[in-house]
Every structure is written in C-alpha cells, then in structure tokens.
Design a protein around this ligand. Structure first.
Ligand SMILES: [Zn+2]
Length: 277
C-alpha cells in the first residue's frame, strides 16, 4: 500500500514537471510584442482648441515704455504660449501671427467661430502714476457676459432660456493662470479681476486677458526683455490653461452657475364659509 502511494506521488510530480516544461516551451515560442514608444494620451476625446490672441498690432502699438512696445512683446509671448500649448497636445489658433491690426470684435469672433475651448489674450500693463512701485501680473475675466453671449452659451449647454446663467469659467481660468505663472516667474500676484473688456465679454468660451507684467516698472521691463523670462512666463500660462482644460474635460459644466426660476405658486384657494343662521 505504502509502495503504491509513493509511486502515485512520484508520478504526480513527474506529470506536474512535464506540464511546466510544455508550458515553458509554449510561452518561449510565443513572440510577445516588444513595448514601443508609447504615445502620451493627454486628452480623452479630441485635443481641445485654444485661441491665443496677441494684443494690439498694426497701427495700434499698445503701450510703450522702457524700450518695450506692447504689440511686439505681446506677439512674442503669444507665439511662445502657442509652442508650449502644442507641446501639451493642445491645438492652437492665433488671432494674429504678424504685425497687423484686428478689431476686438474680430478677435472674439475668431474664438466663437472656431468653437474654441478657451481664449487667452496676451497683453502688457503700464502704470503712469506709480511706475516705480507697481509691478506684477493680473488676469482679467468677465462673469457678466453680454446677453447675446449668454444666449449662445445656454444653447451650447442646452440650458433652458428661463434659467439664469452666470459664467464663472473665465474666473477659474484666470485664477489658475495667475497661481501657476506668478509662482513660476516669481512675479507679484495681483490677482484675477473682473473687467468687462470686449474680448472676454463677447467670447462664448472661457476667456481671459493676461496682463503679463508692467512695462513701466524698470526691473520688470528688464525681465520682460529676457527671452528666458518670457519663455518661462508663457510656459506658466500654458500650464494654467491645461490644468483648467483637464478639469473642464472631467466636468464640462464646471463654473457655470445655473439658477432655476422661482416656481410661481398659485394663490391658495379661498373657501368661503357660510354660516347659516
Ligand atoms: Zn494692451
């Protein structure tokens, strides 16, 4: 009996060993695909489109201070922003890529026609009264969009016309741009500010106007003349835009405040009580 058990155990081991050998051979003969360079998948659906606007242009030079002309520095920053956004897989459309004049309405229309995911206008600031002390970055947004713009936003998100809509997406975009860029270039954070400027008021997408620094401030003007500073600044704005777009992709209605109309309750039924004498 004991002999038979030993033979059984031995044959069991032999069988297991044979099975392992066959499996090893089989797997060995299989050609597993070697991992190639993996394409970084940044965006779940199609890559978002960002409209980048270089402020001023042509006969409108913008402000001039400390040997800087706003239209030229804005264009340089806009081009750098385009490069950094494209490196992150974002599609970019420039409102202007040369020294030409465009009306503010035209700039907004380009973004609206392209159904952009975001609009970023690049500008430079000046301070006449306090040129020596005022410096830093500030970004403008508009929560009080024009009525026509609100109507278009409602249409695209299928929001009923009787629902009140407040668009705070621009505010969120402005805040993230400020936070990341000011940290990156160690600029003073002057904050995200509400301002009814045409380009941010009439664009249906989340839109901001970035004032990238004060040309009137000597030290900041010197920094703005440095290529590496402008490049870091543009990379900060690009990262802010991408952080915003990622959050927006996960939650498309993020930043849209909807207020349902108050339901009108019918007057309570008055039942006359007749007292019989
Ligand atoms: Zn400007």
């Amino acid at each position: 009996m004991k002999q038979a058990f030993i033979i059984f155990v031995r044959s069991l081991f032999a069988y297991a060993a044979l099975t392992l050998a066959v499996l090893a051979f089989w797997f060995g003969s299989i050609q597993f695909p070697t991992p190639g360079p993996q394409k970084l998948r940044l965006w779940e659906a199609s890559a978002p489109l960002v409209v980048v606007d270089a402020g001023h242009g042509g006969h409108d030079g913008g402000a001039v201070a400390n040997d800087l002309t706003e239209k030229n520095t804005a264009l340089d920053l806009a081009r750098r922003l385009k490069t950094h956004l494209e490196a992150k897989g974002v599609r970019v459309l420039m409102t202007r890529d040369k020294d030409e004049f465009l009306t503010l309405e035209k700039r907004a229309q380009i973004a609206n026609d392209a159904k952009a995911a975001a609009f970023v206008s690049m500008h430079l600031n000046t301070s006449v009264e306090d040129a020596n002390s005022i410096h830093g970055m500030e970004t403008y947004f508009c929560a009080a969009k024009s009525l026509n713009t609100i109507r278009k936003i409602k249409e695209s998100f299928q929001v009923p016309s009787n629902v009140t809509l407040q668009d705070l997406r621009g505010k969120q975009l402005a805040e993230v741009i400020q936070r990341i860029t000011c940290q990156r270039v160690s600029a003073e954070d002057r904050g995200a500010k509400e301002r009814s400027l045409t380009v941010v008021q009439t664009t249906t997408c989340p839109s901001v106007l970035v004032e990238c620094g004060f040309m009137t401030h000597k030290k900041e003007a010197t920094q703005l003349k440095e290529e590496s500073y402008r490049d870091r600044l543009a990379s900060g704005v690009a990262e802010g835009v991408c952080v915003f777009l990622k959050a927006q992709e996960l939650q498309p209605k993020r930043g849209l405040q909807l207020t349902e109309p108050k339901s009108v309750t019918p007057p309570a039924q008055v039942t006359a009580q007749v007292t019989k004498n």
